[in-house]
Design a protein around this ligand. Structure first.
Ligand SMILES: [Zn+2]
Length: 299
């Protein structure tokens, strides 16, 4: 019997039940660990930290299992990854105006690098994407592939760099130790540099409405943040001037449909209708309970 982990944000041990474990071993396929795949509504046992409000799995799978799962994950994104990158660029842009340094910009969990050309356009001396999935890197356009480094985020992967910006979108939920991630980011950044992360907000109205049918309830999520838990995470690493803001995600309608908790036959019926009326690829922006946090390292 293994010992349960403490809250990965505040290290407290007081918690309340949140969700029971639901795992179907038959369905834990390669796609489970790819981003933006159809939701599976499987999850680890989740509890809510009564100190900092983080929802987390007290008994996550072993770290080497997770590394192997992400390294081997299939990659099924493309247009949706481009749409997500546009959303993140729009959300980040106002924060870059106040950022004076233009050393390296680093995107952690960069996938096939859809955000990297935009970061290049913002005048950073270099742009680096970090991505554990080989398949995602192989999928990158030839101009972007040289910017990608294969692996999990670590100081050694960024040796010699003092980034002005480190960003990471929808990855903190997947990390065995998100506190270690933000501490490493804080250590690497130049004084005055910024960390920007986007996470699912489990307290957002849509996620509360969908409850355990929300796409955020997912076997690969080791923790889920609220505004309070996310602020606590950044504060503990030493970040200042922390700003939290909900973001609107713009995606093609066919992708929104994939995320809904509708049964499969209803989904294909609806998709057929959208395609017949030429609407399936129309972009539609909605606040689906994602939260941007930006914190600054003291000068
Ligand atoms: Zn906590």
């Amino acid at each position: 019997m293994s010992i349960e982990r403490a809250c990965p944000v505040c290290h407290g041990r007081g918690h309340a039940p949140f969700a029971d474990e639901r795992i179907d071993p038959e369905r834990v396929g390669a796609l489970t660990y790819a981003s933006r795949k159809p939701p599976e509504f499987m999850c680890l046992r989740l509890v809510r930290c009564t100190t900092c409000d983080l929802v987390y799995a007290p008994s996550p799978p072993a770290e080497d299992f997770l590394h192997a799962a992400y390294a081997d994950a299939d990659f099924d994104s493309g247009p949706e990854a481009m749409a997500a990158a546009k959303t993140y660029a729009d959300a980040l842009a106002p924060h870059l105006q106040g950022l004076t340094g233009r050393n390296a910009a680093v995107d952690v969990g960069a996938g096939s690098g859809p955000l990297l050309p935009w970061l290049q356009s913002q005048g950073f001396a270099s742009v680096i994407g970090i991505e554990p999935s080989r398949a995602a890197i192989d999928d990158a356009p030839p101009a972007v592939r040289p910017l990608l480094r294969e692996g999990m985020f670590s100081a050694s992967l960024l040796e010699g760099e003092t980034p002005s910006l480190i960003c990471s979108f929808m990855t903190l939920e997947h990390l065995p130790d998100p506190g270690d991630f933000v501490a490493t980011a804080h250590h690497l950044l130049e004084p005055g540099g910024a960390l920007a992360v986007v996470v699912h907000d489990w307290r957002a109205p849509l996620n509360r409405l969908l409850g355990l049918r929300s796409p955020i309830i997912d076997v690969e999520h080791l923790q889920l943040f609220s505004r309070r838990a996310l602020r606590e995470l950044l504060q503990r690493a030493g970040f200042e001037h922390i700003e939290l803001s909900p973001i609107r995600n713009a995606y093609p309608l066919r992708y929104w449909l994939r995320l809904t908790p509708l049964p499969a036959p209803a989904k294909s019926l609806a998709l057929g209708l959208l395609e017949r009326f030429g609407l399936a690829d129309h972009n539609f922006a909605m606040n689906v309970g994602n939260l941007l946090a930006v914190g600054i390292k003291r000068r």
